[in-house]
Write a protein that binds this ligand. Structure first.
Ligand code: NI
Length: 254
């Protein structure tokens, strides 16, 4: 059994065949999906999708949309975070690659979300792109750290060590299957499987075998295969350990 620990099947790219996509994941042993609602405009849709028995949810505001964080969205978010299918606060963090919200706003909103996670005793799912030094600085200055995952990890070995030391796990996605991802492959090779989660981040980042196409939860199998190859550990063991890691971090009642 596998779990896609980070998916966006609420994306409109799945509007015409969402049920088929969920069924195909299940048929490929991807028995559960954690669906991410990280834009306030999509929260209701994600809530609806998470009513499916094989789908869990997480809610938050993506750094791209950090400017949407206000009293109104914060109040709604607190309610969503207490939904029985909601297992985490996310995805939240910093994105200096696109800079779609001002950096100061991104930082403040990131910290607000972490405080919320600590208050509600939920893990966090962190998105960090081209902002590792600021993310590490923020996390190190916090008095209380939640558990969590650095989703779609894209940092170097030193940055991996720093977040692992703080108790976070690393989310591994399609890029580990790309021919030019030497830095990520090194991180995977040198990190204990106990610290890895597998995820698709679909519809983005399709693994090499499907590159250029729409990504979907059933393709998380490709990530497990690649980790098995990089670490020279049997495929079944990679599936079992990463699934256990996911169940434990998000306290999935399955
Ligand atoms: Ni994502």
């Amino acid at each position: 059994m596998l779990i896609d620990s980070h998916a966006h099947i609420s994306d409109e790219k799945f509007d015409s065949d969402r049920q088929d996509v969920i069924a195909r994941a299940y048929d490929n042993d991807v028995k559960y999906i954690i669906e991410v609602g990280c834009d306030p405009n999509e929260w209701d849709k994600v809530l609806e999708i998470s009513k499916n028995q094989n789908i869990f949810s997480m809610f938050g505001i993506h750094p791209h949309d950090a400017i949407k964080f206000n009293i109104e969205t914060k109040t709604k978010l607190e309610i969503l975070l207490q939904d029985k299918k909601c297992v985490a606060v996310g995805e939240i963090g910093l994105d200096y690659h696109y800079d779609l919200s001002p950096r100061d706003v991104q930082k403040n909103v990131f910290i607000e979300h972490i405080k919320l996670a600590t208050k509600l005793n939920k893990p966090v799912c962190i998105h960090c792109r081209s902002a590792y030094s600021d993310m590490l600085k923020i996390l190190k200055e916090l008095k209380e750290l939640p558990k969590g995952v650095i989703h779609c990890f894209s940092g170097n070995l030193d940055e991996a060590k720093q977040v692992l030391d703080m108790g976070f796990l690393l989310g591994i996605d399609g890029p580990c299957t790309y021919p030019k991802s030497d830095k990520l492959k090194e991180v995977v090779a040198k990190t204990d499987i106990d610290k890895l989660l597998i995820e698709t981040d679909c519809p983005y980042l399709a693994p090499q075998a499907y590159r250029g196409q729409r990504n979907e939860p059933s393709y998380v199998v490709e990530i497990a295969k690649k980790i098995s190859e990089i670490k020279n550990v049997p495929f079944e063991e990679v599936c079992k350990i990463t699934t256990d890691n996911t169940i434990k971090l998000f306290k999935l009642g399955i």
